[in-house]
Design a protein around this ligand. Structure first.
Ligand code: PMP
Ligand code: GLN
Length: 384
């Protein structure tokens, strides 16, 4: 038999799988993959269980169950004052991961260029690869992880079709300022680009910092595809319920792809998420408050251990400079740590298109603080 071509093997195994497996193998504290070591509220789980017991187990509407789309639209209206029509502008996906994949499939073609800020979440290059598009990185400059208008302009070419903006940002924890978002918006308008926003950490913003949503900037709603997920907001990363808000003509394209990737997200879990969206404001306030305590605990501990970092304004990650401990490249350093200190972290060089360029010389690792205080304490103790 002729061997099929090895089209995807160069992607290897995702760093999240690699480090979680290494953590298990070594009995290490897992501060690597971004999943909480606690579950979301019981009433959400009970609602999903009731849906399963109530025979709500067959294919859902491909676009997402209507009630969930309505609840997502009301939540969006409440937090941003943006109105989206649940019938024609809201679609439920199997996680933001599937949503991102469908966005690439729907809007990008061979040879198109997509700008994104580096470091970036690991599935972006795969989405680009799936359609033969090129991911062009705009570096966020350490130690503050900022960029300039010039950084965007110098990377624009006639092939640039879109810009993918993740804020709050994984892995740096940056929440882009109003000024930065306006800079991106002006750039997108000037060059007539589609803007894809990845807002999965939208509810994890600390110290009352304002979160600017791209679609709220005048003139941007019609060119913006808003991707988000219930994974982080409700501490249910294994449920894989994500969603997209987009104008009708863009939604139509996305739904055409989604119906052939998974057809629909898991029906009873969509029902469970309806219960999640019926929680009051106090849920979100507590979520942020608890995460802020975890962030401060980890940051204080890292500071005592001599790590240098930009305190995250959002997300549940801290990117820290370990050059006072080792000059080894980050991938080697994290493998050494998981074996000898029993702490699993993520090397940040994997979040660049060329991991051997500036990234590895930077000596940064990512810590996830979506863990209870005892686990964070154990991780810090091991490092000490
Ligand atoms: N985007 C970013 C920035 C992420 O960190 C993640 C990881 N959860 C995703 C998208 C994927 O979200 P989901 O788990 O809903 O597929
Ligand atoms: N978003 C999670 C992180 O950055 C991981 C998601 C995944 O494992 N695909 O750690």
């Amino acid at each position: 038999m002729a061997m099929p071509s090895a089209k995807w093997s160069h992607f290897g195994t995702s760093i999240f799988s690699v480090m979680t497996m290494a953590a298990r193998r070594n009995g290490a504290i897992n501060l690597a993959q971004g999943f909480p070591n606690f579950d979301g509220p019981e009433e959400i789980k009970e609602a999903a269980i009731a849906a399963i017991r109530g025979d709500f187990n067959q294919y859902a509407h491909s676009h997402g169950i209507p009630k969930l789309r309505e609840l997502l639209a009301s939540r969006m209206k409440k937090v941003s004052n943006l109105s989206y029509d649940s019938e024609n502008e809201v679609t439920v996906f199997s996680g933001a991961t599937e949503a991102l994949f469908c966005v690439f499939q729907a809007f990008l073609n061979q040879g198109d260029e997509v700008l994104t800020f580096a470091p970036f979440f690991d599935c972006y290059p795969a989405g680009a690869f799936s359609v033969g598009a090129k991911l062009v990185e705009v570096p966020l400059r350490s130690p503050d992880w900022t960029f300039t208008a010039e950084d965007l302009e110098t990377r624009w070419t006639t092939s640039t079709k879109a810009i993918l903006v993740n804020t709050p940002h994984n892995p740096t924890g940056r929440v882009f300022s109003r000024l930065e978002m306006e800079m991106i918006a002006s750039f997108a308008k000037k060059h007539d680009l589609l803007v894809i926003t990845d807002e999965v950490y939208e509810e994890l913003v600390y110290d009352h910092k304002p979160f600017t949503r791209m679609a709220t900037i005048p003139g941007m709603r019609q060119r913006t595809v808003v991707i988000s997920s219930t994974a982080k907001t409700f501490s249910l990363t294994g449920w894989k319920i994500g969603y997209i808000f987009a104008p009708p003509e863009l939604t139509k394209e996305l739904r055409a792809v989604h119906q052939f990737t998974v057809f629909c997200a898991a029906t009873p879990l969509q029902a469970g998420i309806c219960a999640a969206l019926e929680l009051g404001d106090e849920y979100y306030e507590k979520l942020r408050k608890d995460y802020q305590v975890r962030r401060d605990f980890l940051c204080e501990g890292l500071q005592k251990l001599g790590f240098k970092f930009h305190k995250p304004e959002g997300t549940y990650f801290v990117v820290a400079d370990y050059s006072h401990i080792s000059i080894r490249p980050d991938t080697e350093f994290t493998l050494q740590l998981v074996e000898t200190k029993k702490v699993a972290l993520i090397p940040t060089s994997v979040f660049y298109t060329d991991p051997t360029s500036t990234a590895q010389r930077q000596h940064y690792v990512r810590f996830a603080f979506c863990k209870d205080i005892e686990t964070l304490k154990a991780g810090l103790d091991h490092l000490a």
